[in-house]
Structure formats: C-alpha cells, structure tokens
Design a protein around this ligand. Sequence first.
Ligand SMILES: Nc1ncnc2c1ncn2[C@@H]1O[C@H](COP(=O)(O)OP(=O)(O)OP(=O)(O)O)[C@@H](O)[C@H]1O
Length: 237
Amino acid sequence: MMKNGVAIDALTVVRGGNTVLDDVTLEIPAGQVTGLLGPSGCGKSTLMRTVVGVQRITSGTVTVFGEAAGSAALRSRIGYVTQAPSVYDDLTVAENLEFFASVLGVPKARVDSCLALVDLTSYADRVVARLSGGQRSRVSLAVALLGEPQLIVLDEPTVGLDPVLRQDLWQTFHRLADDGAAVFVSSHVMDEANRCDRLVLMREGRVIADDTPSALLASTGADDIESAFLDLVGGAA
Ligand SMILES: Nc1ncnc2c1ncn2[C@@H]1O[C@H](COP(=O)(O)OP(=O)(O)OP(=O)(O)O)[C@@H](O)[C@H]1O
C-alpha cells in the first residue's frame, strides 16, 4: 500500500444513475505533479472529489497516506481547491487568509508566505469582490496552502489566467512537489500536459493512459499530447 501518496483501486462511481467513473485504478505519488486531463464531463472533478473524500463511492477503494479517503485524520493534510472560489467577497485578501489561518490554528506568519506563493502580496488589502476571476481563484489557492498540506488537489486552477500567471502557478506546483507534496492538478487544456511529471488521461469515466508526458509521446509516436490523446482514443474506439 502507498503510504505517502494516493492509491485508487477499481474505483466506480455512479451519479444520478450514470456510471461517471468506471473501474479506475491509479496512484498519485508524493513529490510529483500528477496531471489529470480529459474532455469536459469525463469525470475529472468526480475523481478529485473521491480523493478528498467528499464523493460517495459505488465500489472500489481510495486510500490517502494509508488511510481511507475522507477519514478525519486526513483533513489537515489535504488542500483542495474547487472550480468555485470559496472565499469571502466582503473581506480583503489578507483578512480572508487570517480568518482561515485562525480556524486552522496556523501561525499568522504563514499568511504572508502563502500570499507570496500565489503572487498576491500587492493585493493583500484589496477587497475580494474587486478582484478578477483569476485573482480570486488564487486567493482560494492561498487558503488551501495555509496548512502546508501534503496532498494538494486542484480542480482546473489555471482557468482564466494569462500565460505569465499560468507559468508562475505551475512553478509553484513544482516547488510544492519538490518539498514533498503530492500535487494532483486537473486541466482540460492539453498544452498544460507537458508541465506535469506524470499524466493521467481520462475519457468517459475511464483512464486511457497513465505515464510521463515523454513516454506517452514515445508510445503513440505523436508530436504533442493532444495528438497522443486522439491517437489513444482512436485505439480505444
Ligand atoms: N451531481 C451530479 N449528479 C449526477 N451526475 C453528475 C453530477 N455531477 C456531475 N455529473 C455528471 O458526471 C459526469 C462527470 O462530471 P465531472 O464534473 O466529474 O466532469 P469533469 O471532467 O470534471 O468536467 P469539466 O471539465 O467540465 O469540469 C458528467 O457527465 C456530469 O454530467
């Protein structure tokens, strides 16, 4: 069993009568950025929800650091950012972080380092309602990083960000992984694939590939991940 990462075994999830995840088996190791890619509706968010323990599982198992996903002992060890920013609009950026830091029992000094991590130091005193969508999602990310989580689950964190910020955020993800965290990031933008240490490609609730970007390119003979994905879909059809 994987003690310092996530192990998913024969996971099936049925939502509203539809099989949304179909016999998914994969591992998300510590110390790496694992990318989860696939078209809209293929089950990425549902898979992430199972990892953080907020999704009812139909069959199979999800184990995080050797414990069943969702167990109370894991709560402080996981940072989760959904597609909907979950911060208070009427507080400033710094006030939001200070509030969540006190809830989590995290030292105030951590607020400044998390703001720097997501490049929002100069916006510390700005009310969240007056931020752009991308800035607001970075506040959510900063909140998720407050507790120095060992597993960081990010559902499409780069949507709506300009190329420079996307680059900065990917560097942040790699720094967190270099520090030993398991970083699990979803995207439906195939050109972000090359930035991951490992890639999990999904389609219609199934994992169709799980490898390094270079191995995926080598095994399909494709020039880029988008072509590799289409190749694999063609092969599976
Ligand atoms: N609450 C729900 N009840 C029933 N079905 C749902 C529910 N939420 C999502 N689904 C369905 O589950 C499937 C997978 O959805 P999910 O949100 O996991 O996909 P996704 O790959 O994250 O998509 P996107 O990239 O658009 O966010 C979709 O077909 C969706 O319609």
